[in-house]
Design a protein around this ligand. Structure first.
Ligand SMILES: Nc1ncnc2c1ncn2[C@@H]1O[C@H](COP(=O)(O)OP(=O)(O)OP(=O)(O)O)[C@@H](O)[C@H]1O
Ligand SMILES: [Mg+2]
Length: 559
């Protein structure tokens, strides 16, 4: 009989890791062909085809023009492309190649893998989540589930770190997860109760990670080299790449020692510099401060002090830097819990989630321990939305569009909000909505999720016919919409067209462009504000039920 393994993948900006649950229900990292449990998320486009991992990474110096690194930072960006050897690659293509390498190497050891859980930063937008799933499918998986990285870290701590299959954590705990990876910073406050982890709040920064610490150090050395020799390494990709490698090594050394050496080579000149840990910490103090401010802000927002937090977990390779631990220890006044492996905990947490999803199916023959299967089957995880979800509405006076959020940030998932609209023209057959998410942080531009056309409304509907539109965040924070003509109960077709409005195109909320052609709308009738399963959302939408609001919410597809 076919055996389905519970497989989890940490698709990282700099490194990726794949793991599975063994027959005892323990996560085991699967080494790649080169014998290593983490694989650099780097692709070299060799003459003979793509090469992923360490060899690609090594070639980053010799042939940087054929190498793609840090592609995860661009996932979901519909405009980003790499042109190499006459071919064009999207961030999803690069992610798919990395995943393919992990899967092919793993399959040599555990057999065919058709289904896996892939981790994503909690701050990922719908577009970034969709791109991750697309990459998994392109890599050959038949089914992809995703889970937020801090939830995976918490699962790893709660289910794994202390070998808890037969005993349980004594009491409920509040866990602060501080995950500083290569490209992203994720911070989440998580509640553990018997058999459940639930995220209370999640925040972070998708453009802050170990590579930014490298850039700070490399920038400093570059300036020094210019000052002393009048030569700029940035003029040559190879010199720049060489410096990047030296910086990475030096940074890692500085986590273990007080000083490290690194050299800079360009245009036949070479210089070696000594860097102390204190100098490095000074250079990167601004980056550390940003993570510190985010931490303080999260606790303040939740009205919590450190006394409300039971454990601080660190994850991500960059959390190895002593300054991270010093900062968190200084803030909280405690010794940190560093029991999680910075490199493997996220992938291991993902395998537990894969086990939770699989354990009710007939396929889990790979785990032979009934206690483990029962525990996984009974365990639950719940995330929150890291982005507010809404609709772009139009000001009837100015014609400008602006965001109207109807599901706030940190709403427990899954969550739905429904809104009833009135049609505005006789025999109107379609409705057009612009679904949006808030930006990554307060005050940032919103992001288009896509256009949604509600099609196939019944014929001959009179003006003001009620159409209920439901926007839904599923448990993995992917966005779905549905629509229904209320009187006939007819389900209308409502699919998000993600190509219609580029998913990553951000539009400033201050000066949205006016529409070329104003929407032809007659006066709609106000309808009941919402049929709404989430109380938070109903409060929000309650403020948006005036006639004007309907005008602003509603657009005809002929628009
Ligand atoms: N000993 C160390 N000292 C300092 N930094 C380190 C050390 N070891 C690894 N790092 C840094 O950790 C980062 C990689 O961490 P990790 O593998 O957790 O990230 P990732 O999963 O690839 O990225 P992300 O989670 O942001 O997508 C790199 O920037 C690397 O330089
Ligand atoms: Mg990571």
């Amino acid at each position: 009989m076919l055996t389905t393994h519970a497989v989890g993948i940490d698709l990282g900006t700099t490194n990726s890791c794949i793991a599975y649950l063994n027959e005892h229900g323990e996560p085991v990292s699967i080494a790649n062909e080169e014998g290593e449990i983490t694989t650099p998320s780097v692709v070299l486009f060799d003459e003979d085809g793509p090469i992923v991992g360490k060899e690609a990474f090594r070639n980053a110096i010799a042939t940087p023009e054929f190498v793609v690194m840090n592609a995860k930072r661009h996932l979901g960006n519909s405009k980003k492309r790499w042109r190499i050897r006459g071919n064009v690659y999207t961030p999803t293509d690069i992610a798919a190649l990395v995943l393919k390498k992990l899967l092919r190497d793993a399959e040599k050891q555990i057999g065919k893998v058709q289904r896996a859980v892939i981790t994503v930063p909690a701050q990922f937008s719908d577009a970034q989540r969709q791109a991750t799933i697309k990459a998994g499918l392109a890599a050959g998986l038949k089914h992809v589930d995703i889970i937020n990285e801090p939830v995976a870290a918490s699962l790893c701590y709660v289910l794994g770190a202390e070998g808890l299959w037969f005993s349980e954590l004594a009491h409920s705990q509040r866990i602060l997860v501080y995950d500083l990876g290569g490209g992203t910073f994720d911070l989440s406050l998580v509640n553990y109760e018997k058999n459940q982890v639930s995220v209370l709040a999640s925040t972070g920064n998708l453009k802050l990670g170990g590579i930014d610490f490298n850039r700070a150090l490399a920038g400093h050395v570059r300036k020094q080299f210019i000052k002393e020799l009048g030569l700029d390494v940035a003029e040559d990709r190879q010199s720049l790449q060489y410096l990047a490698m030296e910086v990475e090594q030096a940074k890692r050394s500085l986590s273990a020692r007080e000083r490290a050496a690194l050299s800079c080579t360009h245009a036949g000149k070479r210089k070696t510099y000594q860097v102390t840990r204190a100098q490095f910490e000074k250079l990167t103090a601004g980056l550390m401060k940003r993570t510190q401010d985010t931490t303080v802000k999260l606790l303040n927002k939740m009205n919590m002090g450190w006394a409300h937090v039971d454990v601080v977990l660190t994850a991500g390779g960059a959390s190895r830097m002593p300054m991270v631990r010093d900062m968190l220890q200084g803030m909280s006044g405690w010794t940190l819990n560093t029991s999680l492996s910075p490199d493997q905990s996220i992938a291991h947490g993902a395998t537990y989630y894969a086990g939770m999803l699989l354990s009710n199916s007939e396929f889990v023959h790979s785990i032979r321990n009934d206690v483990v299967v029962d525990r996984l089957a009974g365990f639950r995880q719940q995330s929150v939305s890291s982005r507010a979800l809404g609709i772009l509405v139009r000001d009837p006076v100015t014609g400008y569009r602006f965001p109207h959020y109807i599901l706030p940030v940190n709403t427990p998932l899954p969550a739905s909000v429904s809104h009833v609209y009135g049609t505005v023209q006789p025999d109107q057959r379609r409705v057009h909505l612009h679904v949006i998410e808030s930006g990554e942080d307060d005050g940032q531009d919103f992001v288009h999720v896509g256009g949604c056309k509600v099609d196939d409304l019944p014929e001959n509907l009179p003006v003001n016919s009620e159409i209920e539109v439901t926007i839904h965040y599923d448990a993995a924070a992917k966005v779905h919409v549905s629509a229904r003509e209320i009187k006939s109960g007819k389900q209308a077709t409502a699919e998000i067209d993600r190509t219609e409005t580029p998913a990553t195109e951000t539009t400033t909320t201050q000066t949205p462009p006016p529409q070329k052609t104003p929407t032809p709308v007659s006066t709609p009738t106000p309808k009941s504000p919402s049929r709404n399963p989430t109380p938070v959302a109903s409060r929000d939408i309650g403020s948006a039920t005036g006639e004007d609001e309907f005008y602003r919410f509603f657009e005809d597809a002929g628009d």
